[in-house]
Design a protein around this ligand. Sequence first.
Ligand code: SF4
Length: 183
Amino acid sequence: MQKLFEALSDTVLSKGAYKAAVIPVSDVSVDASFRSLCEQNVCGSYGKNWMCPPDAGDIDELMAALKSYEYILVYQTVSTLEDSYDFEGMADAAEKHHKLMYEIREDIEKTDLKRKLFLGAGGCRLCKVCAKRTNEPCRHPDKATPSLEAYGVNVSKLAAAAGMKYINGVNTVTYFGAVLFDI
Ligand code: SF4
């Protein structure tokens, strides 16, 4: 089993992740109160993305779904910013993270792991404009990716459980992604 975990982590690292680790899902901290943070709509995606709340699903059902898996592969990307107002750098970092997430997804979908659930950072960004904004059905329901937060995951505790830092220094931005799986 350890060899499989190392192989999964190596796959992710070889694609450009800064760190990666597999931990049991029993070590993942989830909390329904994260839904109220989404409801404050600081990111502007609440109700505007099929993979964001409230459309992502009931928080208790999503947390239960997450906890039904055996293991979680956690990974992070770290990008450097010019300063804390480097919004272009933040957008580039988010784009880089999402590209990596889909590359990882493509690879892991080919494995014979029994079940897989892919979670990312923030709302699904597969389409330039999410179909939710134009009241159309999701264009790629088989590839649409919800966020860790939508499933109630406490990402700072997840980072600690996986032996990673939640923040990686001044003028950097860190994003997390994960793959839940059964073997
Ligand atoms: S695949 Fe496109 S339409 Fe579906 S949730 Fe993602 S961005 Fe929205």
